[in-house]
Ligand binder design. Sequence first.
Ligand code: NAP
Length: 288
Amino acid sequence: MNNNRRLPDSTVEVFPIGLGAMPLSLANRPNESQALDVINTFIDGGGNFIDTANVYCADEKDVGHNERLIAKALSKPDNVQDIIVASKGGLRRSKSDWKVDASPEWLRASCEKSLQDLNSDSIFLYQLHAPDPDILLTESIGELAKLKSEGKIQHIGLSNVSVEHIELALSVAHIMSVQNRCNLFERQSFNNGVIEFCENNNITFIAHSPVGGHYQHAQRSENILLKKLAEKYEVSAYQIMIAWLLHKSSSIFPIPGASKTISIKDSIQAVKVELNKEDMQILEATIN
Ligand SMILES: NC(=O)c1ccc[n+]([C@@H]2O[C@H](COP(=O)([O-])OP(=O)(O)OC[C@H]3O[C@@H](n4cnc5c(N)ncnc54)[C@H](OP(=O)(O)O)[C@@H]3O)[C@@H](O)[C@H]2O)c1
């Protein structure tokens, strides 16, 4: 069975579940060998889309850590197939937090550093990490459009946006994807029309934090209904959460994070889970 999905306006087909690489580079991250195993396990399982960002790192001196790891994994001779890497720019990292800076200058400097760290001439998908309240969105997107015309990036994506942001961005450039926080417990992008807009405008909706997020996933996976369904389908509660997103819309592309190989091995199996209509309804009515 080929469940792969075509990315809009491209010839690229992706496995329906991507890898969110962030947990490989934050505090309490795994050692390099374990991190490379996670990426390789994902690829060996058929995955071919990895989400990253320059600011997935420990602090300002460590910027690019996640991208360098991915470049190292992809330099392995066995990883011959084309792997899609999606990065982001528009934040600044310090030890304690991330601050938005989507100025044209910072976006350009970040993109050029990402190209070096990824050891690549061109980034397939480059996403604006978040709109900057101090910079016109059209200016940020205008700079990304310039980077695209120079061949440094191939497609533009947005992240952490509303329908109004997407409409404004579309007035400047073609947008391939929108990446917002979205999981069974956090459905803002369903309620505010973002997912419907993406469906109607041939934009891939990338669901970040699809199993509850970096800090909440353990607690979310303990939900009683999820555990009951996990038992019924003989899969993990995590797979039920990912399968729910896949069943909601063919425009939704979940990117579960992992710092352990066992987690990503399990998550990619969600592609095989066929939730029936009744269970979809029960999940939505009970968890909201
Ligand atoms: N655009 C943005 O602003 C933004 C914000 C947040 C995240 N993201 C992106 O979205 C990706 C996913 O979000 P996230 O990593 O924050 O949250 P998440 O995917 O909801 O949760 C990730 C954590 O869940 C655990 N997990 C996942 N699948 C599992 C499974 N099958 N079994 C057991 N544990 C499992 C992993 O634990 P272990 O670590 O123990 O393996 C992992 O660290 C990130 O990696 C990043 O690429 C983007």
